[in-house]
Design a protein. Structure first.
Lengths: 316, 295
């Protein structure tokens, strides 16, 4: 027992006094280390590792299978799609479902709506969140602390509760059934998240940086724009991806606030179910077309995204 | 003249604060205000002040209390399973170390999929007759008939079936957050415990989990809030059915507002729902997180 030195653990979060293992005695030695548990938890023995790899393989197959099945189904013929009993692989590979889905009225337009809405919402989120997060982290005022708490509470508001009042507000502003109205609604979801993320990124920028810039004659706004933002450009990119995804995948606001003109693809996918009976083939094809670009995009940018996702919770 | 730093900070925050005030706080205010009125569903229709009548009606209706319990059960199921699976995967990735990096990335992919697509996909897997899961279980000899389990048509189990896409979608998030937390545990602490003869369960329950506590708290609260608001996946799979057996609070409010055309009652339900979520979230943060207190 005495060989163990007591270590207080920072937990990566702001509060101190995370519980240390109670059985240990010795001197308190606060410190912070990262990526040091390779010798700790990482399995060493070859037999154990083989077993772990087998477990991982099983988990990955189970986890990946549902989406692969969606892809396989989208290449089946429309009749085979609902064959009893179902087969995993298509008996005959065809693009028929894709042709049906993409050729359907309103589908291409819904893609344009989805892109428009997500782009407007992303820009709006960034324009509002970047200065706000900077104001919160750099000046640490009471109003800033209150604001970031308020932004967190906004996360708890169920969209179904504000969707209808929001829709009637948009209608009275003459924005009913437009991508702008929907992107504003989506920004109510992505803005608190963006502020939270950007605050973590600004936290990491040394204060001397813009102090030097202001001494050189830059205004504070100029320092933010020309010195600080270029430094956190990676963080801005991550925040942009999150805001884009939040809008791209959103369904409830889109259902409540769009009619025909500004319908986004998720609403169209859901409508397949009622309007055209059960056209599973077209539905799987459209779902695949809608999902694959974002999956590829995020896999390409995965390192940054992982950083962004864990930042909020772990450094919170 | 240079304005003070405090003013400048305020100036930077104002646009975002105004946006949230206009597009979140104001609709919320409208929601609460509407909950005291009997409102005709037709736009511009008559409004009549009825005091707390909508609240009385909400609490008296079986649909509302039922949806409340179902939402709670759904949230607990989703969060518990996600946490168990996410922790398992995070430990697996940690024990495999750096060589598992590419699989960590692949494991993340469901996070990018729209909930509506996930709901649809799982509906397709679980649906009666041509659903693949029943067929595979039948071929494996576990079920005598592919339709023996009515995943989405049996009112007794449907609430668990509709939770599956949600769990599938966001176990990755749990895993990511817990994995990041695990990387912050000093390796020599684990070594020391091992030298002291701690076995795997003791290592997990006495050392790893207590150290992860703050991270776990954040992950559970974030996911709990999301699960309690679940709408897309359930709507597309069952639309709350059969016999309202999978109707959670979001769906009930939606149907009360749109289908039954009773915005006043729906607003009262929404207000209660929001207050309950806030109360539970604060309670959860206070008990699980316990900032500043020792175990």
């Amino acid at each position: 027992m005495s060989t163990a030195e007591r270590t207080t653990y920072d937990g990566g979060t702001r509060h101190k006094a995370a519980p240390a293992p109670s059985a240990q005695t010795g001197t308190v030695q606060p410190r912070k280390r990262r990526g040091v548990n390779r010798e700790g938890l990482e399995a060493g023995r070859r037999g154990t590792r083989t077993l772990l790899w087998i477990l991982l393989a099983a988990a990955m197959v189970l986890y990946g299978f549902p989406f692969l099945y969606l892809l396989f189904t989208s290449f089946k013929t429309p009749i085979d799609t609902i064959a009893v009993p179902p087969t995993i692989l298509p008996r005959e590979w065809t693009l028929e479902n894709y042709a049906n889905a993409l050729g359907r009225n309103g589908v291409p337009a819904s893609f344009i709506n989805s892109i428009q809405t997500a782009v407007i919402s992303t820009l709006l989120s960034l324009v509002l969140a970047v200065p706000a997060a900077y104001g919160i982290t750099r000046y640490k005022t009471l109003s800033g602390r209150i604001f970031i708490m308020a932004a967190l509470v906004t996360r708890m508001v169920p969209p179904v509760a504000i969707g209808i009042p929001l829709a009637s507000m948009m209608a009275s502003m003459g924005l009913a059934d437009t991508p702008i109205a929907l992107s504003i609604a989506h920004t109510t979801i992505s803005l608190p998240l963006s502020i939270w993320l950007m605050s973590s990124f600004f936290e990491a920028v040394p204060k001397d940086l813009e102090e030097a810039a202001t001494v050189d004659g830059c205004s504070r706004l100029g320092a933010l724009w020309r010195v600080v933002i270029p430094v956190v450009s990676g963080g801005v990119a991550v925040t942009a991806i999150f805001a884009f995804l939040a809008s791209w995948n959103e369904f409830l606001f889109a259902l409540l606030m769009t009619a025909i003109r500004s319908q986004t693809t998720p609403v169209v996918i859901a409508n397949f179910q009622t309007q055209f009976g059960l056209d599973w083939g077209s539905m799987t094809a459209l779902a695949a077309v809608y999902s694959i670009p974002v999956i590829l995009l995020t896999l390409l940018l995965q390192r940054k995204i992982v950083a962004g996702m864990t930042l909020g919770a772990v450094k919170g | 003249m240079r304005i003070s730093d405090r003013r400048f900070a305020l100036f930077l925050m104002t646009p975002a604060a105004l946006f949230l005030a206009v597009f979140v706080a104001f609709p919320l205010f409208r929601l609460v205000a509407d909950s005291f009125f009997k409102i005709s569903p037709i736009a511009g229709g008559p409004r009549e002040f009825v005091g707390l009548d909508n609240y009385v009606r909400a609490f008296a209706s079986e649909a509302f209390t039922g949806a409340g319990w179902r939402t709670l059960a759904y949230t607990l199921v989703v969060v518990t399973l996600e946490f168990a699976l996410g922790l398992g995967m995070a430990l697996l990735f940690t024990m495999l170390g750096r060589s598992s990096q590419i699989w960590r990335t692949v494991f993340m992919y469901p996070l990018m999929i729209a909930p509506i697509v996930a709901g649809l996909l799982w509906k397709f897997l679980m649906i009666d007759n041509f659903g693949l899961i029943g067929t595979l279980l039948h071929q494996a000899g576990i079920l005598s008939d592919p339709n023996q389990i009515g995943w989405l048509s049996d009112p007794n189990i449907v609430l668990f079936s509709v939770a599956i896409p949600d769990i599938w979608l966001t176990t990755s998030f749990m895993c990511l957050v817990l994995f990041a937390g695990l990387q912050n545990i000093p390796g020599d602490l684990i070594e020391a415990a091992r030298l002291d003869g701690a076995r795997a369960p003791a290592l997990l329950f006495r050392i790893i989990l207590p150290l992860l506590r703050p991270v776990i708290a954040v992950a559970l609260v974030v996911r709990g809030i999301d699960a309690a608001r679940a709408f897309d996946t359930i709507l597309i799979q069952t639309n709350g059915g059969p016999q309202s057996a999978s109707e959670t609070m979001s769906l009930l409010i939606y149907r009360t507002m749109i289908r039954f055309g009773d915005p006043g009652l729906a607003s009262a339900m929404g207000t209660i729902y929001l207050l309950a979520m806030l109360a539970i979230a604060f309670f959860a943060v206070a008990t699980i997180w316990r900032p500043g207190k020792d175990t």
